[in-house]
Design a protein around this ligand. Structure first.
Ligand code: GLU
Length: 435
């Protein structure tokens, strides 16, 4: 049977409402997470359906001329899940498996994340169904430029501000900023965040997501009497989130015993030399061939005994089966949506604490917020100022979410969703419906 993922999401959408919660995909997980907040909303429950209906979803065709003269078409998206609390904000993902359903869920999680840490943004996300490794540099630049032009009608510094995500980086943002600015006839640095420093980027932005993962793990450890020093850490994903997170754990004296990326899954119980692994990845494009650790089966990887398990790759990785075998004290979600709702329940029953994505990986968008503020004021902060403010926001959000979780006897995820949904729906209710 053909793999349904082989079909373009446009094909799969034919005859199907894109809101169909029966689809076993990330959007269904997001909707289920929202439902869990219903009993805690009081009068605001009246507005809960808002969160199950993305405000706006744009599908664009991205045609380019390939280097060999042929024409290729890629499918692109920009979803604005909510604009109730401010402009849309969220990354752009370039990946061969990107679907509208996935981008909708990722946009929804941005709404919750931004509200949970108190940033004055709604939630949005974008993506292109493309494997960046399968096209040349020039082709990728043409794809990025055409995509930016196509979504140019919905983005802007005061409308919706993209940023990097899986498969994109500061260079992608430079191209997006330039394209938007050329179309507009004037430089608009604040249209994207995660830019190179020379174009109005912020110090500390590149490290920010990994730093936030580390800070929230440390805070969770503090509550559980589980110091980072000497702790065993397992990290799935070795890119901008997992790689930097692993480095910060390593620098703080933790023992990172296993790491994985799309090329290799590796273990070394004595502790992996993370700076060496990062150097290897920078030189070879992945962990494959790194001699400082031994290959391990991916299912055994999930069962490794450790204090902190950090899924920092893609969504849907921690399934019920895997959750049943996890031998970590704390799961810190560096990725967006790595744990399915059913797996979440298994982890909770087994007494494993989950620091949810909407808190654990919020460091990236928090420094994106600082970047956007700096671009608007054309006044730039030092790296220490950025890191101090990031630390304050992350520790403050962690404490507030922990308190609600204790008071209401719910998971940290549900507590984060309770705080966020209250903020979003209060804004929704106060604005009222138009017309
Ligand atoms: N892509 C990141 C995330 O999922 C960052 C988004 C942003 O900075 O806007 O949170």
């Amino acid at each position: 049977m053909a793999n349904p993922r082989d079909k373009s999401s446009l094909d799969r959408l034919a005859g199907l409402s894109y809101l169909n919660p029966a689809a076993p995909e990330p959007w269904a997980s997001f909707v289920e997470q929202i439902e869990r907040v219903r009993p805690h909303l009081g009068e605001l429950e009246r507005w809960i359906e808002t969160l199950k209906h993305p405000k706006r979803a744009l599908i664009v065709d991205v045609p380019i001329e390939r280097d060999d003269g042929t024409v290729a078409h890629y499918e692109g998206y920009r979803v604005q899940h909510s604009l109730s609390r401010g402009p849309g904000k969220g990354g752009v993902r370039f990946h061969p498996d990107v679907t509208l359903n996935e981008v909708m869920a990722l946009a929804g999680w941005m709404t919750i994340k931004n509200a949970a840490v108190g940033l004055p943004f709604g939630g949005a996300k974008g993506g292109i169904r493309v494997d960046p490794a399968s096209v040349s540099k020039g082709e990728l630049q043409r794809i990025t430029r055409r995509y930016t032009s196509e979504i140019g009608i919905v983005i802007g510094p005061d409308k919706d501000i993209p940023a990097p995500d899986v498969g994109t980086n500061a260079m992608t943002m430079a191209v997006m900023m330039d394209t938007f600015s050329m179309n507009r006839g004037g430089t608009a640095t604040g249209v994207v965040t995660g830019k190179p420093i020379a174009l109005g980027g912020s110090l500390g932005r590149q490290e920010a997501t990994g730093r936030g993962v580390y800070i929230t793990a440390r805070e969770a450890g503090r509550h559980l009497q589980l110091p980072i020093e000497g702790a065993r850490v397992v990290v799935q994903g070795f890119g901008n989130v997992g790689g930097i997170g692993a480095r910060l754990f390593h620098e703080a004296g933790a023992r990172v015993i296993a790491i994985a990326d799309h090329t290799a899954t590796l273990v070394n119980e004595a502790g992996i030399d993370i700076p060496a692994a990062l150097e290897h990845t920078a030189a070879h494009g992945g962990l494959a061939g790194f001699a400082g650790a031994a290959p391990i089966d991916i299912e055994d990887f999930w069962r490794l005994q450790c204090e902190f398990l950090v899924p920092a790759a893609l969504e849907g990785q921690l399934t019920v089966d895997r959750a049943a075998g996890v031998r970590a004290r704390v799961v810190v979600e560096g990725a967006n949506g790595p744990t399915t709702p059913a797996a979440d329940d298994v982890l909770r029953e087994r007494g494993i604490l989950v620091v949810p994505d909407v808190l654990a990986n919020a460091g990236g968008v928090t420094v994106s917020y600082f970047e956007w503020v700096q671009d608007f004021s054309s006044f730039f902060w030092t790296e220490d100022e950025i890191n101090d403010r990031l630390e304050r926001i992350m520790v403050g959000a962690f404490g507030a979410i922990w308190k609600i979780a204790e008071e209401k006897r719910v998971s940290l995820r549900t507590a984060a969703f309770i705080i966020a949904c209250h903020r979003v729906l209060e804004a929704r209710a106060e604005r009222g419906l138009y017309p």
